[in-house]
Design a protein around this ligand. Sequence first.
Ligand SMILES: Cc1cc2nc3c(=O)[nH]c(=O)nc-3n(C[C@H](O)[C@H](O)[C@H](O)COP(=O)(O)OP(=O)(O)OC[C@H]3O[C@@H](n4cnc5c(N)ncnc54)[C@H](O)[C@@H]3O)c2cc1C
Length: 422
Amino acid sequence: MDQHGTQTAHPTDTRATNQHIDNVERTHCCIIGAGPAGSVLALLLARRGIPVILLEAHEDFEREFRGDTIHPSVMEIMDEIGLSDRLLQLSHAKVHTLTAQTDEGPVTIGDFGRLKTRYPFITIVPQSRFLEFVTAEAKRYPHFRLVMGASARELIEENGVICGIRYLRQEIWHEVRSLLTVGADGRFSHIRHLAGLPSIKSSPPMDVLWFRLPRRQDDPEGLVGVFRRGRILVLIDRSDYWQVGYVFSKGGYQQLRTAGVEALQLSIAEVMPRFSDRMENLKDWSQVSLLSVESDRLTRWYRPGLLLIGDAAHVMSPVGGVGINYAIQDAVVAANVLAGPLRTEQLRPQHLATVQRRRVWPTRIIQAFQTLVQRRVITAALDADTRFVLPPLLRLFLRLPILRNVPARLIGLGVWRVHVKE
Ligand SMILES: Cc1cc2nc3c(=O)[nH]c(=O)nc-3n(C[C@H](O)[C@H](O)[C@H](O)COP(=O)(O)OP(=O)(O)OC[C@H]3O[C@@H](n4cnc5c(N)ncnc54)[C@H](O)[C@@H]3O)c2cc1C
């Protein structure tokens, strides 16, 4: 993948199969992908004394095209392992509410202050800092190893069991033999493809342009969604700048490109007039990344010796910005279930099935919620011919004391909480 998150074809290398490989390592768990899911799983297993190798294709964690939110549930998890105070020492912003600006005025979609948690806010930290923090913590354990620039290419399968991975680093093939291989390699998962695991797809109606704009002192704070004239802007407050998501109907990208960057500037300024004074900062398309919105979920998350978690198991729609939260919760459940069998070297497929069973329902529920919002809100909001108003049922939902906390709860804490088992 390049820095914009688009999938890059693997260069045509000589296949390692049938070649002698000198660099062979053995470990209990080999994790592919040092994103939120892979890094947190590696840390949790390392803390429990399990030998772990974590492979990351990139040489560093610096990537523009990522979510930067740490939800209340993730802060609770960090608290359980004694890291929340140090995490909050990283430079961050706190978001207490999710607000939608509509033609009828602002509507609070979620108020994290109402949740019963020690951390009633979303913490915005660049994901690169968060991953550096988590992997630095894992490095304190001598049986943990992080290999950057290591691109996993081939699964090693013997008698129907996955027993390791071959990866390329600086054009040299390496092999890791492990009791368990975990594919945490994100939305373009190569491991999912190699394992031949089937998925169920849904069709989100939108794509997103992703770019930065300067933030001024008197700008609003927090996470803001602006719904106007057939367009949606999502604004994420990153203290000194806005991370902007410009949401448009799926398939409309070529039309936007043809209309030119000036038309895009104009369109953004129409939706958010206070940005008129800074649109000259968006000069050309190199500053803009396209997020082709997908959503799917594997019907089976494992094979003997292999487990997939995070986006590799379920690509999340950006609705609600929950991908990191759910990926990390997968990691916690996987560590809880698998640390024992890994330590005693008694790992069985039913342990992997347990991880899937515990995580598939929260995934199904949040994806059903996202699909509902896409159908009832996003599709209507992207229709340029009608004035957008929030559906009356949703307004009522957000007013009823018993229901109004549901979106904040689903986004902030997940369908149900997960806790780190020591
Ligand atoms: C533009 C954008 C904005 C987003 N905003 C938000 C947000 O605000 N909040 C939120 O919660 N979620 C957001 N998301 C979604 C969120 O980033 C993902 O759901 C989350 O990162 C998934 O974590 P993961 O660890 O499963 O996968 P990833 O974060 O994708 O990590 C996978 C890792 O695997 C590595 N990798 C891939 N292939 C290989 C290989 N062959 N060998 C070795 N390593 C490999 C990759 O380099 C990457 O580091 C956003 C996503 C995008 C694209």
